[in-house]
Ligand binder design. Sequence first.
Ligand SMILES: O=C(O)CCC(=O)C(=O)O
Length: 234
Amino acid sequence: MELTPQEIQLFRHNGFIRFPTQLSKDHVEALKATALKDMEKGVEPVARQDGRIIRISAVWQRGGIFQETITCDEILNPLESLLGPNIEFVLNRHNHVYLRDAGSTHSLELHRDVRHWSRTIATVLIYLEDTNLENGCTRVVPGSHHLPAFASLEDETIRRIAADQTIPLPMPAGGLLAIDSMIIHSAGINRTDRTRMSMTLGYHSADELTWEDNSRRVLVRGEQPYRGNDKPRE
Ligand SMILES: O=C(O)CCC(=O)C(=O)O
C-alpha cells in the first residue's frame, strides 16, 4: 500500500508517520520467537546490560525472518512513497532488535539518530509488542527534524524545549512507525514488569552519486543508478 500525498506531506512536515500497513500476527510471533531464541543462545553480536542481553545487533546478517522483514512489502511499499523506487537498507545504523524492560536505559535520552539533514535516513520502528504509556512507547518532538542541523541536545535550552514538546506515540504489536532520523526522539521508560520488544531499521534512497559498491548498505528494492557527471557517455 502506498502513502497518500497527504501522508507524505505529514511525514515531511512532522517528521514521522504511522504506516497504514502492519505486520501480521503470525509474522510478529515468528520474528519475536527467532529474536528470543538468538537472545537465549547469545548469538553475537549482542549488547548486554547488567549481564542480561537487551539487544541483538546485525539482524540483516542473521538472514531468515530478519531479512524477510527488512524486505517485506508492508514496509517497502509505503517507504517507496517516501524514498522513491530505489531503496537501500543501512547495515551500520540500527539493524537491531531491542528487548526493553524496567531496567533498560538505552535510548531513553532525547536524541537524533543522524547529525545533518543532508545525510538523514528513514528509520522504521517495528513493534513486536503493544507499546503504550506504561511500557515506554516511542516519544517524538513533532517537527524537530527541521531544527538547525547541529542544535545540540547538550544545550540546556534546546533540551528543555524538546522535553516540553515531546509527545508519546502508542503503537500496536505489528505496527510500523517511520521517522525522519533528524527528529528528536527517545524510547520511554518501561514502568511495567513486562518486556517491550521492537526492531529498528534504517533506509535511504539509493545514492545516485556513489560509484563503488558500499558494503555497509544493501539494495533492497529497485536498482542502483549512477548519475554522476563523470559517467562515461554511452
Ligand atoms: O525504541 C524506541 O522507541 C526508540 C528507539 C530509538 O530511539 C533508537 O533506536 O534510536
